[in-house]
Design a protein around this ligand. Structure first.
Ligand SMILES: [Fe+2]
Length: 149
């Protein structure tokens, strides 16, 4: 699955991380096709680790801006991680789950980006603008400013 510019939410650092997750999903699919099971496990582990750190990063950002729907957003992340870990456990047990992975993962990721993540963009932007306005002397050097191009 190719990255498409409509997947960008406009917060550069988050967009880069989403692209990285999509890359992992694609690598996983390539390996699945070639059938190297030992490598599938490795990439699945990497995908889970990376996704978890991305979620943590995103939740920290949303905490900084007091995003009002953070609890439900966090809940969605937790469910997804549980789902990923479930796949890994099934895979470890020798159950063939690889076939569903690419379809489900890419569908979930794009859906999440387009709906759940898109919803917090305004909150993050508003907060950043307020932050920059009250910290004139630090203009362009603030924590938030680093993440906007
Ligand atoms: Fe998210």
């Amino acid at each position: 699955m190719e990255w498409n510019d409509t997947f960008n939410i406009g917060i550069d650092v988050i967009d880069q991380q989403h692209r990285q997750i999509l890359d992992y999903i694609n690598i996983l699919e390539q390996i699945r096709v070639t059938g190297d099971k030992s490598k599938i496990k490795e990439v699945l582990d990497d995908l889970i680790d990376y996704t978890q750190s991305h979620f943590t990063f995103e939740e920290n950002l949303l905490e900084q801006v007091n995003y009002q729907f953070l609890p439900s957003h966090r809940g969605i992340h937790e469910l997804f991680v549980k789902k990923l870990i479930g796949y890994r456990q099934k895979f470890d047990m020798g159950i063939s789950v690889e076939g569903d992975l690419h379809r489900l993962l890419s569908k979930w990721l794009i859906n999440h980006i387009r709906h759940d993540d898109q919803d917090y963009v305004d909150a993050v932007r508003d907060n950043m603008l307020r932050y920059l306005r009250t910290q004139e002397e630090k203009k362009g050097k603030g924590w938030f400013a680093r993440f906007f191009s």
